[in-house]
Design a protein around this ligand. Sequence first.
Ligand code: FBP
Length: 566
Amino acid sequence: MKIEAILDKSEKCSSIFENAIRDLEIPTCKAFLKSGKLAPINFKQASHEIENKDTPKVNKAFPHSYGASKNKALEADSPNEKPLKGKRVAVLFSGGPAAGGHNVIVGIKKILGKNNTLLGIKAGPKGLIEGNLFEITDSDVEGIVNTGGFDFLGSDRTKIKTDEQFAQVKRTCNDYKLDAIVVIGGDDSNTNAAVLAEYLFTNVMPDGSGVQVIGVPKTIDGDLQIGDFLPISFGFDTATKIYAEMVGNILQDTPSSRKYWHFVKLMGRAASHVALEVALQTKPAITLISEEVAEKKLALHEIVDSIAKSVVDRASRGINHGVVVIPEGLIEFIPEMTALLKELNERMAEFKSILDAKSFDEKKDYIYTKLTAKHAQLMASLPDYIEQMLLADRDSHGNLQVSLIPTERLLIDMTATRVKEIDPSVKFNTLNHFFGYEGRCGAPTLFDAAYTYNLGLTVGSLILAGKTGYIACITNLDKGGKPVALPLTGLLNIERRHGHDEMVIEKALVRTDSPAFKYFASRRKDWVNSDVFCSPGPRQLWGPASKQLPISVALNRDYSAVEFKF
Ligand code: FBP
């Protein structure tokens, strides 16, 4: 065959690699195999309740969901000999993409089998509101199995909150005769799922029946974690392995070219799980962890001072290069910035209608008059490129769009000034990077492929067992994998958003008393003193590193090896 003809054939996601991964065998938890064949399972209620400080208030606001689950987890039981039939299930992606999303769909489709129908909701929650659905076929799932991205359905960040939106969702449920909706998303999207589960619990269909809602834990940020039940969200493993490969390559370049300090910001919104995991995989000279900055109440100038001193110290030993890893959300954790952002968010929510009608410069002038003098002064001291991003619109869940804030540039500019002050003779040539979107849509690692497929099998089993208001999980990742489900109401807390108290799923931040952080803290002195970095290389779907789990997960869950076993 001519090379041109081979190239033509590789279009539409048919490269040699993409064709090969479609044939990759997906490890499956034993619970789903009955005499070697795939079968849905039943669940039994665990004995203990999941609760947090706001549980009593949440239970009152979610009477149907709480009444049904009593906030108790569900554990895998025997195979379901009498699964429900004729179910019409619709699935959507919500929020940022994460590798493995397609395999959740594959798992649901396989376990629903021929007796039920699976529909795809296009473009996220907005598609549910607008009624944009289509039937997913067997050939669709053959095409998407083990592939990255969310492109099969598309996604968005619409928060379903107004009465009109809820009424539209009910209409969609009726138009498509839905029995169940699956929300694949992060903390905010699963908050959405909890609210939907309550709203759709009963009286949706003309016969008075409700629509089941099941959530799936997705986000590369790794901040949707519930102890042993939910050790990590899907997509984290793939994203961190992609970033670790890139950071490893840069690290390898630094003592080769001996020219640059690289400041690398890594995606991950608020929590620093991604930065910590990449640091554990590659061991760069400096890694900032936002949660530690907040805990030690470090001011921006103190962070900069510490980086500058390391630069000068390494230079004194002939090392004029290095890598600084920066978590995307750092700016929100620096105490003086946290206080400024808190006030800014409140004022922007309070004066939203006035601000919406203004140009950027007018908006800026107006908001300055509403801030306390201390915060107005701090804001004015920041470079334009930071100020602009702090004033940008929040997303529909009230989050600051931290991926757009060039913290890496700010740190380079401030460190350069400080290095000059300490020792003007030190060479400090810098390059800045932001690794974010590169990590979200790569083909899933074997772990994410297996994890998401088994999450899909869990979701389908929950639906066929008539459950609603749960998030599907797989626990015991190192011992064969065990399907479980957590009641979404048990995960809700009260937080200040958009200037109001709201019931939301709390983001799991890096804990400085966790084994992963403690290991990092115990080694970082050596990492900054000399070049002891390592390069994990490309992610493997076959071969020696293919079964590797995130190191932070293995450390925090006290696994005996950094390997998953399904
Ligand atoms: P989710 O929380 O929806 O999984 O999104 C995570 C994320 O990738 C963050 O790491 C990042 O800050 C944000 O999405 C970027 O959002 P957008 O895709 O809207 O630019």
